[in-house]
Design a protein around this ligand. Structure first.
Ligand code: HEC
Ligand code: HEC
Ligand code: HEC
Length: 468
C-alpha cells in the first residue's frame, strides 16, 4: 500500500468503492469477525473509557500539541456513533473524516486507510450490534491551541499524507498472500509507532519500521536487518514476543509495546502471528551505521565478582528515597538484583529476564532501560501477569543514571551511558518538539496559505489528469 499520495490521487480516491454487495453471511458470524478485526486493529487501546467501559472514550493521547481525547464510539445514538451509516463510519476510520469534522491523526486512520471493504463491513456490524451503547460523553473534550484547533487544516494534511486504497480483500483475508503485510501495515498499525515522522508529523515511508521515538520510549528498528532490526530473530522468537511480549535471550515488551501485546496481539491466532513474523522478515533491511552488533548479542562484558558487593543497601522504599548513594553497584544490588540476580543473568526460567543479551541494554538505544526503571513494566499475557516495579518515586535522577550506567557497562553495551539531565528529561516527558509545533505561530498563517496552495495545486493536477 502506498501511503504517501500525491494530491491528485488523494483527490481521486474520494470516490469510494461501493461498500455493499458482500455475499450474505449470518450476523453472528459477521459480529465475531468484526470483533476480531477490532482486536487486531486495537480499537480498545484508545477508545476504552478510563473506568474500563468498552468504547466509552475519554483516554488521553498525548501529542506535542496537547492531549487529544478518544471519543465515545459505542452505538449510543446520543453520545456515540449509533446514528452513523456504514459510509460515514468507513470515512472516519479510513480517511479521518467524521460527521463531526476532520479527525486528528492520533486516530490512526492513515494506517486504516488500507482496511478492506469486507473488514470495514464486519467491523461496522460488530460496532453497531455487538457493542453495548454507553449513554454518556467522555468528561473532557479535545481542545488544542490555535492553530491546531482548526480541524479543517487536517484536510490539507490529509491531502499530502493520508489516503491510499483499501487493500484487496482476497489477498488479505486469513491465509491470503498479503495477510502479514495487511496485519502489519493496516490493522495492527505497527508503523504508527515504529516509523519515524517528519517535521509535519507524517510517517517517513522511506524509513518504514526503522525505529522512532515515542513519548520517551524508543520503538526499535524492526526491519529485517540482522544487526539493527529483527533479522537475527527466529520465527519462533518473533511469534513468542508478539504473543507473550517476551523472547528469551532477546527482548521484553514494555511501555506501549506491552499495551499492544496485552490489548491486541495476544488475541491473534497462530496463523496471523506467523504471517506477521514472515512479513517482517521481508521488510527491506535498514542498518544504523553506528551499530556493529545486534542489541541482543551482547555478552557479559565485565563478569561481576560477587565478593565486591560488600554492603548491599536495603531495598525498602524509604531506604532508597532517603539514601544518597549514587554508587551504581550498590543501587543495583539493592534495587534490581533480587529479580535480575547479582550477575544480571536473571532467573533460570527467565521470568525475571537476563540483562545481558537484551535489546534494552545492548544495541544503541539508552532510553528504554531508563524508561523501564522509571515506570516499571506491567503486562497481562494469556497465562500470567508480568510486572517490574516503577522506581520513579524511589530513586532520584542521579541514582537512576548511575544504576543504568552500571547495567550498561556490566551487562549490556558498555559504550552506552546516560546523564542525570537525560533522566530528568525522560521523567518530565519533554522529548524533542517537532518543527510543526515550534513553528506554530508562523504556521498558523503559513498553514492557511499552504492549504489554499494545496487545494489549488491538486485541482490543477486533477484537471490535467482528466484531460490526459
Ligand atoms: C491510537 C489510538 C486510537 C486507535 C488505536 C483507534 N482510535 Fe479511533 N480515535 C482516536 C482518537 C484520539 C479520536 C478522536 C480524534 C479527534 O478528536 O480528532 C478517534 C476518533 C474515532 C472516530 C470518530 C468519532 C467521532 O465522534 O467523530 C471513530 C469512528 C473511531 N475513532 C473509530 C475507531 C475504530 C473503529 C478503531 C479501530 C479500528 C479506532 N478508532 C482505533 C484514537 C484511536
Ligand atoms: C503503540 C506503539 C507500538 C505499536 C503499535 C507497536 N509497537 Fe512494537 N514496540 C513499541 C515500543 C515502545 C517498543 C520497545 C519496548 C521495550 O523496550 O520494551 C517496541 C518493541 C518491539 C519489538 C522488539 C524489538 C527489539 O529490538 O527489542 C518488536 C519485535 C516489535 N515491537 C514489533 C512490533 C510489531 C510487529 C508491531 C505490529 C504488530 C508493533 N511492534 C506495534 C511500540 C509499538
Ligand atoms: C520485582 C522484580 C524486579 C525488580 C526489582 C526489577 N525488575 Fe527489571 N524486570 C522485571 C520483570 C518481570 C521484567 C519483564 C520481564 C518480561 O517482560 O518478561 C523486567 C524487565 C527489565 C528490563 C527489560 C526492559 C525492556 O524495556 O525491555 C530491564 C532493562 C530491567 N528489567 C532492568 C531492571 C533494573 C535496572 C532494575 C533495578 C533498578 C530492575 N529491572 C528491577 C522484574 C524486576
Amino acid at each position: 500500500m502506498m501511503r504517501f499520495r500525491i494530491a491528485a490521487l488523494a483527490f481521486a480516491s474520494v470516490a469510494l468503492m461501493p461498500l455493499s454487495g458482500q455475499a450474505a453471511v449470518d450476523t453472528g458470524t459477521l459480529i465475531k469477525k468484526g470483533e476480531y478485526v477490532a482486536r487486531a486493529s486495537d480499537c480498545m487501546a484508545c477508545h476504552t473509557g478510563n473506568d474500563g467501559t468498552p468504547y466509552a472514550g475519554g483516554y488521553a493521547i498525548s501529542s506535542p500539541m496537547g492531549a487529544i481525547f478518544a471519543t465515545n464510539i459505542s452505538p449510543s445514538k446520543s453520545y456515540g456513533i449509533g446514528n452513523w451509516t456504514e459510509t460515514q463510519f468507513a470515512d472516519a476510520v479510513r480517511k479521518g473524516v467524521s460527521p463531526n469534522g476532520h479527525l486528528y491523526p492520533a486516530m490512526p486512520y492513515t494506517a486504516y486507510a488500507g482496511m478492506s471493504d469486507a473488514d470495514i463491513h464486519a467491523l461496522y456490524v460488530y460496532m453497531m450490534q455487538g457493542v453495548k451503547a454507553v449513554d454518556r460523553a467522555p468528561k473532557i473534550k479535545t481542545s488544542l491551541p490555535f492553530p491546531f484547533n482548526q480541524r479543517l487544516l487536517m484536510a490539507g494534511w490529509n491531502l499530502m499524507f493520508a489516503g491510499g486504497e483499501p487493500m484487496d480483500a482476497a489477498k488479505t483475508q486469513p491465509g491470503g498472500s498479503q495477510r502479514g503485510e495487511y496485519l502489519v501495515k493496516v490493522l495492527e498499525h505497527c508503523s504508527t509507532c515504529h516509523t519515524p515522522r517528519n517535521a509535519m508529523m507524517a510517517e517517513q515511508n522511506s524509513r518504514f519500521l526503522t525505529g522512532a521515538d515515542l513519548g520517551g520510549w524508543h520503538a526499535p528498528n524492526i526491519t529485517s536487518d540482522p544487526i539493527s532490526g529483527i533479522g537475527g530473530w527466529s520465527r519462533e522468537d518473533l511469534i513468542n514476543y508478539l504473543r507473550n511480549g517476551s523472547a528469551h535471550g532477546k527482548s521484553q515488551a514494555a511501555g506501549a509495546m506491552a499495551e499492544a501485546v496485552e490489548h491486541s496481539l495476544r488475541f491473534l491466532d497462530d496463523a496471523d502471528l506467523a504471517a506477521i513474523a514472515d512479513y517482517l522478515k521481508t521488510v527491506p533491511a535498514v542498518r544504523d551505521p553506528s551499530q556493529t552488533e545486534a542489541g541482543f548479542a551482547t555478552t557479559n562484558a565485565k563478569p561481576v565478582d560477587i565478593a565486591t558487593f560488600d554492603k548491599p543497601i536495603d531495598r525498602s522504599p524509604d531506604a532508597m528515597r532517603n539514601g544518597t548513594s549514587t554508587n551504581g553497584q550498590e543501587l543495583y544490588a539493592g534495587a534490581c538484583a533480587s529479580c535480575h540476580q547479582l550477575k544480571g543473568e536473571g532467573t533460570q526460567d527467565q521470568f525475571y529476564p537476563s540483562l545481558t543479551a537484551n535489546t534494552a541494554t545492548g544495541g544503541v538505544i539508552s532510553e528504554n532501560l531508563v524508561m523501564a526503571i522509571l515506570h516499571g513494566i506491567h503486562r497481562a499475557t494469556n497465562h500470567d501477569v508480568v510486572a517490574m516495579p516503577a522506581f520513579a518515586d524511589e530513586l532520584n535522577d542521579a541514582q537512576i543514571a548511575s544504576v543504568a550506567n552500571y547495567v550498561f557497562s556490566n551487562f549490556g553495551n558498555a559504550k552506552l551511558s546516560v546523564t542525570e539531565q537525560q533522566v530528568t528529561t525522560l521523567r518530565n516527558g519533554t522529548g524533542h518538539r517537532p518543527l510543526l509545533v515550534t513553528m506554530a505561530p508562523v504556521a498558523s498563517i503559513a498553514g492557511i496559505i499552504f492549504v489554499i496552495l494545496i487545494v489549488v495545486g491538486s485541482l490543477f493536477a486533477f484537471t490535467r489528469r482528466k484531460r490526459a
